[in-house]
Design a binder for this molecule. Structure first.
Ligand code: ZN
Length: 63
């Protein structure tokens, strides 16, 4: 039986995926999560990923 709900939108690749993780309120798919882990800090790719992740805000209740 197919799941009725649609996938959530990943903040990094902006594609709808069914599986992934939440960082605060943002959804990141497993593929992007793995990419972030494997990307070396200081590289152009890493900078781009960090920029995308900059959209993620901690819940205001903690600020
Ligand atoms: Zn993604």
């Amino acid at each position: 039986m197919k799941k009725l709900y649609k996938g959530k939108t990943c903040v990094v690749c902006e594609e709808e995926k069914e599986d992934g993780m939440y960082v605060y309120t943002a959804f990141i798919c497993w593929e992007c999560e793995r990419e972030i882990v494997q990307t070396e800090p200081g590289t152009e790719k890493y900078e781009q990923l960090v920029k995308k992740l900059g959209k993620i805000r901690k819940p205001s209740v903690f600020s």
